[in-house]
Design a protein around this ligand. Structure first.
Ligand code: C2E
Ligand code: MG
Ligand code: MG
Length: 612
């Protein structure tokens, strides 16, 4: 629109100028007054935007500022001459107009300065062409010696062009307002209105490089979960908002007060003295511990605060946050309230990071191996299958049991990769045994997060399909807490597992949040009675009662029972009498590598193992 209108204007001026005769024209004073007023308004807009940091202070802004100053002077001079009745612009004023419009065009053609990272660059930024055209048109309409005939013909497209240019400007302003709003929201926590983790990272990164980073206080509320659980989320939210106000108002001298999520807050300060920081943190803690009124109730919360002091100019946001996090956890564990990060005491965290890093490499390098422990039929002693148990063949520390690395894997987010590796190994081994004529089913342990993660199970189904494994070749051992977080999703997954021809066993039955409804409703085939009940069944009548009733319950529901941790013949005998279907434990066999298992299976298939 701007380009078409502008082209029409300039073309008409060029075509009709030679035929023009009438050179006299006047503008009403009122119209003349609008120009300097508009110039001043736009000038103030630029200054205001810059002051409010909505416009970066760069060459573009300076040029724009200069353009409006020049135009305001030129238009003001014209008004002054119009009031004195002459309405003669004069060469200086015309030169000033030219300069003003050239500066405007120059500002528009410069790339916008970056403000707050790449994501703030306006999209659909108008190109230089419409701006130059609009400037040319404005100049064309102001040409002093235009005859009236030409003026009339040029004015229509010129007005349309300028209106279009004005609309484009309004649109651009609106877009920039929307962008600013989006930018603000992306750095704000919805619930408390405080800056969020992203804003904190930027604030740490943007700290004065001369003075170096200050310090970070990381606050984690103690006992907030109980409030959420007992009073509900609305009350929990109200508590967080009240505390956000309290922390915010107390820390007015802080560089930034942010909510990092959940019940975690952070305060970024310039202070670097450990003693003063500790005093500041203790003061903060005292005020947080004061009672808060929610729903007519007074609730009191404690807080643990970790303080990390920026070591040098190169301290990264992630380092400062991690150190404050370590100090906060140590403060929580020691119930110390406030602790300043001390690299000397960071061994635990460093050890944790080292194990996680090594495990990541170990998974990639194929150091994860699977051992198998046989399960036998309680009545006949014949092998009934095996349980796959993960081991880490560590290059220097030897063969590590799951307890040595599963917690680190969980914390480092490596469980999905580990589970996939184990599943692939088990599918491979079972396929190989079946090809040799050893019909054996393998049980694999799957923790709740991986059971509910759609991709891990989907990958397993693909593996089984590719290997051509039939129904019953694999049993997935899941724990009762799998059904706690998201029962609906758990139900869908268990049903999908059934459709894929796999069985499901409840592992360590009796140790978790037992609920009879999932036993009744879900397609589960097996209950594994935890070894803590089995181990002293002969000496502890209460445990014997639990095992007996579990076997009865399982039988009533059509489920198979497996007793874990059978360590001697007497326990095996008792379980057999009580009616357990399958037994597993050191009495029959310890977990062993796949090669040994093949031999064991061949032996055991030939002779019942009850005599062992
Ligand atoms: P679990 O699934 O209950 O596995 C049985 C554990 O009991 C195994 O320990 C096994 O070696 C041990 N055990 C078997 N019979 C006896 C016995 O007669 N006496 C005693 N004292 N212990 C016995 P392990 O291999 O150390 O595994 C420990 C746990 O680690 C497993 O408990 C399981 O929860 C977990 N786990 C093992 N492999 C995996 C895996 O691949 N993925 C996941 N998510 N967890 C696994
Ligand atoms: Mg198990
Ligand atoms: Mg178990």
């Amino acid at each position: 629109m701007i380009i078409v209108g502008g082209t029409a204007c300039v073309a008409l001026v060029a075509l009709l100028l030679p035929f023009a005769t009438d050179a006299a024209d006047t503008l009403p004073l009122l119209v003349a007054l609008i120009y300097p007023l508009l110039d001043v308004a736009l000038l103030l807009l630029v200054v205001g935007q810059t002051a409010l940091r909505q416009r970066p202070f760069g060459r573009r802004t300076v040029t724009l500022f200069a353009a409006f100053v020049v135009l305001a002077i030129a238009d003001g001079t014209l008004v002054a001459s119009a009031t004195s009745g002459s309405y003669q612009s004069g060469l200086l004023v015309e030169l000033a107009w030219c300069l003003g419009f050239l500066l405007l065009a120059d500002a528009a053609c410069q790339p916008p300065a970056q403000q707050g990272g790449a994501d703030t660059e306006p999209q659909g930024r108008p190109g230089a062409v419409p701006v130059i055209v609009a400037a040319a048109v404005a100049l064309a309409t102001l040409l002093p010696q235009q005859p009236t005939g030409i003026r009339l013909l040029v004015v229509a497209p010129a007005v349309v062009t300028l209106i279009a240019a004005g609309l484009r400007l309004v649109l651009a302003l609106r877009q920039s307002q929307q962008l600013n709003e989006a930018l603000r929201l992306s750095r704000t926590d919805d619930l408390t209105g405080l800056p969020n983790r992203r804003a904190l990272n930027e604030a740490i990164a943007g700290q004065d490089s001369e003075s170096g980073p200050g310090a970070l206080l990381l606050l984690d509320l103690d006992g907030f979960k109980e409030i959420n659980d007992t009073l509900g989320h609305a009350a929990g939210d109200a508590v967080l908002q009240a505390l956000a106000n309290r922390i915010g108002s107390l820390q007015q001298q802080a560089l930034l007060v942010a909510r990092l999520g959940g019940d975690e807050f952070a305060v970024l300060v310039t202070e670097r003295d450990a003693v003063k920081l500790t005093e500041q943190a203790l003061g903060l803690r005292d005020s947080i511990r004061k009672a808060i009124r929610v729903d007519g109730l007074e609730v009191c919360l404690d807080v643990s605060i970790g303080v990390a002091i920026g070591a040098d100019h190169g301290t990264r946001a992630s380092d400062l946050l991690r150190q404050a996090d370590v100090a906060m956890y140590q403060a929580k564990a020691a119930r110390a309230g406030v602790l300043v990060y001390d690299a000397e005491r960071d061994d635990f965290s460093r050890e944790r990071l080292r194990v996680a890093e090594e495990l990541r490499r170990g998974i990639d390098d194929g150091e994860i191996v699977v051992w198998y422990q046989p399960k036998v039929d309680a009545q006949t002693g014949h092998p009934k299958g095996v349980e796959a148990l993960v081991r880490w063949a560590h290059p220097t520390d030897g063969l590590l049991p799951p307890a040595a690395f599963l917690p680190a894997a969980r914390r480092a987010g490596l469980m999905a990769a580990l589970t996939r590796t184990v599943l692939a190994r088990v599918v491979h081994d079972v396929t190989a045994w079946r090809a040799e004529g050893l019909v054996v089913s393998a049980a694999v342990n799957v923790s709740p997060a991986e059971l509910l993660a759609p991709s891990v199970m989907a990958d397993l189904f693909d593996m089984i399909h590719a290997a051509g494994l039939g129904a019953g070749a694999l049993i997935l051992e899941v724990t009762e807490d799998s059904f706690l977080a998201d029962p609906q999703r758990a139900r869908e997954v268990i049903e999908a597992i059934g459709r894929a021809g796999l069985e499901v066993a409840i592992d360590d039955y009796g140790t978790g949040f037992s609920s009879l409804s999932y036993l009744r409703d879900l397609p589960i085939q097996e209950l594994k009675i935890d070894r803590s009940f089995v181990a002293d069944i002969l000496t502890n009548p209460r445990n014997e009662m639990i095992v007996t009733s579990t076997i009865t319950l399982a039988r009533g529901l059509g489920l198979r029972t497996v007793a874990e941790g059978v360590e001697d013949a007497a326990i095996a005998e008792r379980l057999r009498d009580l009616g357990a279907d399958v037994l597993q434990g050191y009495h029959f066999a310890r977990p062993m590598p796949p090669v040994e298992l093949r031999a064991w299976l061949a032996d055991a298939s030939a002779a019942a193992v009850t005599a062992r």
